[in-house]
Design a protein around this ligand. Structure first.
Ligand code: PGA
Length: 255
């Protein structure tokens, strides 16, 4: 049985003191949550201070990106080992904003996934189509390309370490959320593709999160779908109450 995972992507928000305050609020808000796993991705600059706050909490911590090399002359970049040393155990890889604005290609994303695993981090690999691709009937083709190239070279033994987020680009930050049926269809399709890379058993154990305008008032039906194993939340993760309400919605889901 896959446990639900609710993750918060803080993006380029939160100065250090704001991050510390939000982490403190979340710690209180999420006390008593037992059936759902929680995870937050603050900016790099806040990782160490947030890690300290979460040291006695059941909230996992990750970074929003990493470089594929372990160290070297790569000004402005951060390695997986650095994320580990700052207290992170997860890392987002291939978020659509990285693909769109920073040139992350499927091949580079694949190298980052391998680098993350080598550093002992769990990668949460993001995939998803644009509106144009969906309207052009290319949903499956895009997901297949991103999933098979992004996860190339992985073995079924690594399945438990990897999670995937389906984030349709048209739903990110737009307030337009995929319907539970649209999301379920994409997730089922992705699980089939994951089976080709990680084996049927591996794909069954791999969490596939939905991301794109998830809020407290739309989370429950999405999280109730059979192949939706959690949510990757952007905007709504910046308020402890709203994020807490999404986690609470997950607590109420019985599959
Ligand atoms: P959103 O962002 O919830 O603000 O749409 C989701 C994401 O980009 O991960």
């Amino acid at each position: 049985m896959r446990r639900l995972l609710i993750a918060g992507n803080w993006k380029m928000h939160m100065l250090n003191h704001e991050a510390v305050s939000l982490a403190r609020q979340l710690k209180l808000r999420l006390l008593g949550v037992h059936r759902v796993d929680t995870l937050i991705f603050p900016p790099f600059t806040a990782l160490t201070s947030v890690a300290e706050i979460l040291s006695d909490a059941d909230i996992q911590l990750g970074a929003q990106n990493l470089h594929d090399q372990r160290s070297g002359a790569f000004t402005g970049e951060v390695s997986g080992e650095m994320v580990r040393s700052a207290g992170g155990t997860w890392v987002l890889v291939g978020h659509s904003e990285r693909r769109q604005f920073f040139g992350d290609t499927d091949a580079w994303i694949n190298r980052k996934v391998h680098a993350a695993l080598e550093a002992g981090l769990r990668p949460l690999v993001c995939v998803g189509e644009t509106l144009e691709e969906r309207r052009g009937g290319r949903l499956e083709e895009v997901l297949r390309r991103q999933a098979t190239l992004g996860l190339a070279g992985l073995t079924p033994a690594l399945a438990a370490e990897i999670s995937v987020a389906y984030e349709p680009v048209w739903a990110i930050g737009t307030g337009v959320v995929a319907t539970p049926e649209q999301a379920q269809e994409a997730h089922a399709c992705l699980r089939g593709m994951l089976a080709e890379v990680l084996g049927v058993d591996g794909a069954q154990h791999c969490a596939i999160l939905y991301g794109g305008s998830v809020k407290a008032d739309n989370a429950r039906p999405l999280l109730g779908m059979p192949d939706i194993d959690g949510a990757l939340v952007g905007g709504a993760s910046l308020k402890a109450d709203e994020f807490g309400a999404i986690v609470q919605a997950g607590e109420g889901v019985v599959k």
